[in-house]
Design a binder for this molecule. Structure first.
Ligand SMILES: Nc1nc2c(ncn2[C@@H]2O[C@H](COP(=O)(O)OP(=O)(O)O)[C@@H](O)[C@H]2O)c(=O)[nH]1
Ligand SMILES: [Mg+2]
Length: 390
């Protein structure tokens, strides 16, 4: 049984020692199994076990594909049919799965269903203590409810060093704007708990299409896998250490006191009050994988917030040119209003910029994979909001 020997559960057949354990936690029907499928790039786990259905812990290790095994409270084990339905899970305490997807090598995924803070068991706490990463799964339409916050706070002692939040059913939202607003709110409300926030579009047909790179990127799976790779092997991807929880809490900075001597929005960004610049630099410092960030104004000035001066100035020039072109040509096909910004991506690099309302400045940031687009957008929004205040 789990309680007696939680370690024994995790013999996945990996010869290269202990796998990097990813605990996928969340309320019932939040999308945990969907997230597992996303990482496997195939609909391996069945769709929804229902609201009152069985809620076994599911462990997925890297190995030759073989039948799923149901393990019952008395220790007995059953091989399940190739495409098990909900009934096959009934009464099982644990479901063991192996999958041959290359990206899973060295990882173990553990789906841990959590219902109420008062009902968290010792087994569940032990599983979380043994994990290297926690992914909290929440539903876009009602993301980060009080009940979720309570569960996550209750697990403060058990939470591993890496924790991120995945917002599922992003495909059901109407627009990128809606997705951005939700990601932004969730990042603010969970600052200090989660280092990253990812949007997941996990409809089963989208996961079916995730066997190709573009499809996987669209679901959010590629970004998630890249983040996990970064956690497991920071030397390969991290430019800077992970921010302390406090630094990850840009939330709402206090409004600057109204000071008649303070520069107005028409002042050059170089003249921005130090406190405002510091605020922006602090916000910029919260993004993992950031390679540059700054403010560009129409006159050619650039306030460097993060990264090397020359790099930042070159990016500022790119953003200015791109924005000027868009502003001049994007009216066709009935686009309403001026463009608000744009995103430019290469395989490993992203450049995002946004116009700061009420000014002629642009805020921009550049980051490298594995920083997800959701994380990058959240950071850009935070920078834009902070910049708009002075
Ligand atoms: N369209 C869509 N449906 C989703 C998404 N995530 C979960 N679902 C659906 O929501 C239901 C519950 O998901 P499931 O992964 O079983 O939740 P779990 O109980 O947390 O494991 C299933 O019918 C899923 O297909 C998503 O990102 N997009
Ligand atoms: Mg599930």
């Amino acid at each position: 049984m789990l309680k007696q020997n939680p370690e024994a559960v995790y013999d996945t057949g990996e010869s290269a020692g202990k796998p990097f354990r990813v605990a996928i936690c969340g309320e019932v029907r939040s999308g945990k199994s969907t997230l597992v499928n996303l990482l496997l790039r195939a609909n391996v786990l069945p769709a929804s076990l229902g609201d009152d259905g069985p809620r076994p812990v599911i462990t997925v290790g890297h190995g030759p594909r073989c039948p799923m095994i149901a393990v019952y409270p008395d220790g007995s084990r059953d091989k399940l049919a190739a495409d098990p339905d909900t009934l096959a899970f009934a009464g099982a305490e644990r479901i063991e799965v192996q999958h041959g997807t290359k990206t899973l090598a060295g990882f173990e995924l553990i789906e841990i269903p959590l219902t109420r803070a008062e009902e968290i068991s010792e087994d569940q706490r032990a599983l979380l203590r043994g994990a290297d990463v926690m992914i909290w799964v929440t539903i876009a339409s009602q993301a980060w409810r009080l009940t979720e916050k309570t569960i996550v706070e209750t697990l403060a002692e058990e939470r591993p060093g890496h924790a991120l939040i995945a917002i599922t059913r992003a495909d059901k939202l109407r627009s990128d704007g809606d997705r951005q607003r939700i990601a932004d709110r969730v990042m603010k409300e969970t600052a200090g708990i989660f280092s990253d926030c990812l949007m997941v579009s996990g409809a089963r047909k989208l996961i079916k299409g995730a066997s190709n790179a573009e499809g996987w990127e669209q679901t959010g799976g590629a970004g998630l896998q890249a983040l996990l790779n970064g956690f497991r092997d920071p030397a390969a991807t991290d430019r800077e250490p992970r921010p302390e929880p406090e630094a990850a809490a840009p939330a709402r900075q206090p409004e600057p006191a109204s000071d008649p001597a303070a520069p107005g929005p028409d002042r050059a960004p170089e003249d921005a009050p130090l406190s405002g610049t510091d605020t922006l630099r602090q916000v910029a410092a919260t993004l993992r994988g950031l390679s540059a960030a700054g403010l560009a104004d129409a006159s050619g000035e650039c306030l460097v917030l993060d990264g090397e001066d020359a790099h930042c100035r070159a990016l500022a020039e790119t953003c200015r040119a791109s924005f000027a072109t868009l502003a001049g040509s994007y009216g066709f096909m009935g686009a309403d209003g001026a463009p608000e910004g744009a995103e430019i991506a290469t395989v490993r690099h992203r450049l995002l910029y946004a116009a700061i309302p009420g000014s002629d400045r642009l805020v921009f940031l550049a980051c490298e994979a594995p920083t997800s687009i959701g994380t990058a957008r959240s950071a850009l929004n935070r920078l834009r909001d902070a910049a708009a205040r002075f």
